[in-house]
Design a protein around this ligand. Sequence first.
Ligand code: GTP
Ligand code: MG
Length: 212
Amino acid sequence: MSAFDDDMIEAARKTFAGPITFLKSAPKLEHLPNPVVPEVAFAGRSNVGKSSLINALTNRNSLARTSNTPGRTQELNFFDVGEPLKFRLVDMPGYGFAKAPKDMVRQWRYLVNDFLRGRDVLKRALVLIDARHGIKEVDNDILDMLDTAAVSYRIVLTKADKIKATELADVFARTEAEARKRPAAHPDIIATSSEKGMGIPELRAAVLEAIG
Ligand SMILES: Nc1nc2c(ncn2[C@@H]2O[C@H](COP(=O)(O)OP(=O)(O)OP(=O)(O)O)[C@@H](O)[C@H]2O)c(=O)[nH]1
Ligand SMILES: [Mg+2]
């Protein structure tokens, strides 16, 4: 069952099959690109699968850099979709990995907070949550920041291929119930697997819907 009709799914497929290029990396706020088109950002704990999901959505193997080393992405990475340019995807730095030095955590907070507050082209954030764990304490920071900044967001479960269907149904229900308590969260969540392609057509449609 999907909240998106066939036309939307097909339009989204076409959009993501078209030209997509890496624009730039922004390690600091002064490096942000000019806000000229709508943006959708991918947030989530380090290693949750943000970069992998961007690659799956765009059907490219190595557009966004993925890694087994948590905390690899320390900056905001911008990807241009469409020619002429239609919207941008933003790969955000991950949080919550063990052994992150204090100043790295502070840096993350500055960058992310200012990005979320200051950017009216940012139409939606997708907050990725590992399907094996559900929402954890470490995710509350970003969820609170988004609620406070009134940036609308949708929760997306990742790595759904790693658990059984019954467990997935369980964590799905639990996570959706939590989403419905949060003011800026979309009431519906999406379960995905970048590995198996699950939920990818729906997530593409969700991105298109978010940019309007
Ligand atoms: N089985 C499975 N593994 C996945 C999936 N998505 C990502 N992974 C693996 O999880 C690891 C981390 O993926 P990334 O996409 O680099 O994670 P990230 O959230 O971008 O991490 P940071 O950039 O450090 O914040 C990689 O080894 C991926 O291959 C998935 O859907 N299924
Ligand atoms: Mg990454």
